[in-house]
Design a protein around this ligand. Structure first.
Ligand SMILES: Nc1ncnc2c1ncn2[C@@H]1O[C@H](COP(=O)(O)OP(=O)(O)OP(=O)(O)O)[C@@H](O)[C@H]1O
Ligand SMILES: [Mg+2]
Length: 408
């Protein structure tokens, strides 16, 4: 490689550097906010003679120190230097008159310019666009989570604890009012916990990092009609991408890929109104997939669909799970769906009462009946067979069971 390029590549910055810059900036932003809150709270206390002057002074100095540090970080001109280097590289390349070098230097210049512009925006939004690192292989860790809709209401969730590994498909079942939707709203940060905490890929969810935490999560709701924004399928999927400031040049490819995953790639120019319920729900999933979240929550996403639509969506959930790249959490009243899952959570009266594999959960049929939960048809057949002395292994679907019986 030419010397001018090797020199440039020694120091040039990339997207990862930009993200690190965002993380640092956001960390300082959060710290500054916290120190400022503490300082102003203590100021009130000092006014009421509840603390000493020294204590207030200490808080003032801490606040000032972090504010200064924050200012220093925002004055970071590494991206400007990087842009200058790229400009010089381009100049030098032009002198060589070698078309390949000029083109390559031109590309580097475009990247450096993009990083520089982004860094300016990042400073403006105080690093909130940063993506958090995954510091745990658990997609979710929930500890002692409790929630009330109002102080004098009963707990809608009480001391809920569980871990979900990345890549798992978990169904959440429970009678009406057992707290399933409340749990999903806490997980996506629409509601905030009264007690306890939620970690997403090891990152503790706080009100300061919600924007970043939310990027790990996507949700698909029950009613497909309420999830449309765009006038065509394509516009609808594009909407979230525009919000995320995805490069317009990359958009079309992302949209096609997401639509293909739910077999809607031939409907991109159709109006959402003219689609069937199942198709609409598939578009809603595509809109979520386009944003590439690691965790997708389905809150009764199949309950309003006809049997065909229902089947299609369940197939898609299984396909997504089989990629090994997504964590799927599906809240459902469809007891047949739980057979597809790796784990099942049973909620009752705001508490997590059981968590286990579908086999473990289905073993205790009396328990399920006591919780007003249906027994999947398949499990009923297995139970009936057992009652007449035919021992069968637990099957995932009817085909498997029929094969087992035929072998006997
Ligand atoms: N906005 C709200 N204000 C007050 N109470 C609420 C609110 N939403 C839910 N609740 C109460 O919180 C409890 C849990 O409700 P939640 O919606 O989480 O149950 P669910 O398991 O999702 O039920 P379903 O199967 O009917 O969807 C219930 O007692 C419910 O009445
Ligand atoms: Mg609900």
């Amino acid at each position: 490689m030419k010397k001018l390029f090797t020199e440039f590549y020694k120091t040039n910055l990339n997207d990862q550097d930009l993200n690190e810059f965002k993380i640092i900036l956001n960390k300082f932003y959060i710290e500054t906010t916290e120190k400022s809150n503490t300082f102003y709270a203590l100021k009130d206390k000092y006014a009421n003679r509840q603390i000493t002057k020294e204590e207030l002074q200490k808080a003032r100095l801490e606040y000032r120190a972090v504010k200064n540090e924050f200012a220093k970080v925002t004055q970071n001109n590494a991206f400007k230097i990087n842009l200058n280097n790229a400009r010089n590289l381009l100049k030098a390349a032009k002198k060589t008159k070698a078309a390949i070098d000029i083109q390559k230097a031109q590309e580097e210049y475009v990247i450096a310019k993009h990083l520089y512009d982004e860094a300016k925006l990042v400073i403006k939004e105080k690093g909130r666009g940063a993506s958090l690192a995954k510091v745990s292989e658990n997609a979710l860790e929930v500890r002692h989570l409790s929630f009330k809709y109002s102080p004098d209401f009963p707990y809608a969730l009480k001391d809920v604890n569980f871990d979900i590994k990345h890549g798992e498909y978990v169904t959440i079942i429970g009678h009406n009012g057992s707290g399933k939707s409340t749990l999903s709203k806490l997980l996506i940060g629409v509601l905030s916990a009264e007690e306890g905490d939620i970690k997403v890929f090891g990152n503790l969810m706080t009100k300061n990092n919600l924007d970043q935490i939310r990027r790990f999560l996507g949700i698909v709701f029950q009613n497909p009609d309420n999830q449309f924004i765009g006038s065509t399928v394509e516009a609808d999927i594009a909407f979230g991408l525009e919000n995320k400031r995805v490069n317009p040049e990359d958009m079309r490819e992302i949209i096609i890929e997401a639509a293909s995953k739910v077999r809607m790639e031939n409907f991109l120019d159709k109006e959402p109104l003219n689609l069937s319920g199942g198709q609409k729900q598939r578009v809603a999933i595509a809109s979520t997939l386009a944003l590439n979240p690691d965790i997708i929550i389905f809150d009764e996403a199949t309950s309003m669909l006809d049997p065909k639509g229902n089947r299609e969506i369940k197939e898609i959930m299984v396909e997504l799970r089989n990629t090994g790249l997504k964590t799927i959490i599906s809240i459902t009243h469809d007891m047949d769906e739980i057979l597809n899952a790796d784990k099942v959570i049973v909620m009752n009266g705001g508490r997590l009462e059981k968590m286990g594999t579908p086999e473990e959960i289905l073993k205790d049929k009396e328990y399920l009946r006591s919780r007003h939960l249906d027994i999947p048809f398949l499990a009923t057949v297995e139970e009936a067979l057992e009652n007449v002395g035919v021992k069968v292994q637990h099957s995932k679907n009817m085909d498997e069971l029929v094969k087992q019986i035929c072998k006997k």
